[in-house]
Ligand binder design. Structure first.
Ligand SMILES: C[S@@+](CC[C@H](N)C(=O)[O-])C[C@H]1O[C@@H](n2cnc3c(N)ncnc32)[C@H](O)[C@@H]1O
Length: 244
């Protein structure tokens, strides 16, 4: 789940879960039956530490973390990138999925939050796979696009940051992911707001980013360079497999 640091819409605060499922009980069933019992101890610890942080609604949900972990194993990912780290829940789920010599280039404008999770990542023995860079992602992606050695070099890229830049990211990431590799864009169902009536009482940030997410979804659906699948996991994740 990726949002800004602001509070979620009231409905989501009331239901207290991070899913687009309409049934709290069903979501709880998924967590308790299939997710929490299989969640690695380190991810549980990081989830609990993050829950105490004031911006905790930004964190990736446990079911999405489990999904990412399995997906990375299914595609045998080794070299990956993550844009939007926060305290590192999706980063840790990625690091645990990669082989010992796997790599994650992790980008975020905020190192302080990354450092909340770092001791847990270190204790889990996977910190050596992570190359964290503090700063806005776009200029770094521009540098990488300039350098042919990065072209087609990533097996998987997870984007969970500033929604108003997703299309800018896509323009660059399409060169950086390998053919057959996958880019995952998070929050592509944007709190369910994409189909809300024009006069619906949406939070300011939800309304602001909604148009960017709508535009992204349209652009991805029309992009012949990728095969796509939009999954209602967490706040919606769109997987794009590069085919040309
Ligand atoms: C929703 S959080 C990421 C959640 C994270 N994936 C997790 O599992 O907890 C979004 C993150 O994007 C970062 N961010 C926002 N704008 C950014 C930018 N231009 N470049 C890099 N990171 C950015 C924020 O600092 C924040 O930590």
């Amino acid at each position: 789940m990726a949002t800004t640091g602001e509070t979620q819409p009231a409905k989501h605060q009331e239901v207290g879960h991070k899913s687009l499922l309409q049934s709290d009980a069903l979501y709880q069933y998924i967590l308790e039956t299939s997710v929490y019992p299989r969640e690695p101890e380190s991810m549980k610890e990081l989830r609990e530490v993050t829950a105490k942080h004031p911006w905790n609604l930004m964190t990736t949900s446990a079911d999405e973390g489990q999904f990412l972990n399995l997906l990375l194993k299914l595609i045998n990912a080794k070299n990956t990138m993550e844009i939007g780290v926060y305290t590192g829940y999706s980063l840790l789920s990625t690091a645990l999925a990669l082989p010992e010599d796997g790599k994650i280039l992790a980008l975020d404008i905020n190192r302080e939050n990354y450092e909340i999770g770092l001791p847990i990542i270190e204790k889990a023995g996977v910190a050596h796979k992570i190359d964290f860079r503090e700063g806005p992602a776009l200029p770094l992606l521009d540098q990488m696009v300039e350098d042919a050695k990065f072209h087609g070099s990533f097996d998987f890229i997870f984007v969970d940051a500033d929604k108003d830049n997703y299309l800018n990211y896509h323009k660059r990431l399409i060169d950086l992911v390998k053919i057959g590799g996958v880019i995952g864009y998070d929050n592509t169902l944007w709190n369910g707001s994409l189909v809300a009536p024009a006069d619906a009482p949406l939070r300011k940030y939800v309304r602001y980013y909604r148009d960017f997410v709508l535009e992204l979804n349209k652009a991805l659906a029309a992009d012949p360079r990728v095969e796509i699948c939009q999954l209602p996991v967490g706040d919606g994740i769109t997987l794009c497999r590069r085919i040309s």
